[in-house]
Design a protein around this ligand. Structure first.
Ligand code: ZN
Length: 84
């Protein structure tokens, strides 16, 4: 059995940012791009740019290579992770 679940990731301003498949428990610190199910921000299209909230223009995080996989490392306090 998998512990994974799809969660909504919203900006603190309330704007939808991602639907994300989270495969492990615990706090949301990074998003692996391959697990992003819906990308309202556009990070999966252009990994050279920092991720910016389309509504409030706050920087959500930066793309990094983690264990050989592209991931969005979140700036803490910028997003709300909501269980579906
Ligand atoms: Zn925002």
């Amino acid at each position: 059995m998998s512990n994974g679940r799809v969660i909504n990731v919203d900006c603190q301003c309330g704007t939808k940012l991602f639907k994300y498949y989270k495969s492990s428990r615990g706090r949301l610190i990074k998003l692996f791009l391959e697990h992003i199910r819906k990308d309202y921000v556009g990070v999966t299209q252009n990994t050279n740019l920092p991720a910016i909230c389309p509504a409030c223009q706050k920087e959500i995080g930066t793309i990094q290579l983690i264990n050989g996989r592209l991931a969005l490392k979140l700036n803490q306090g910028t997003v709300k992770a909501i269980r579906l």
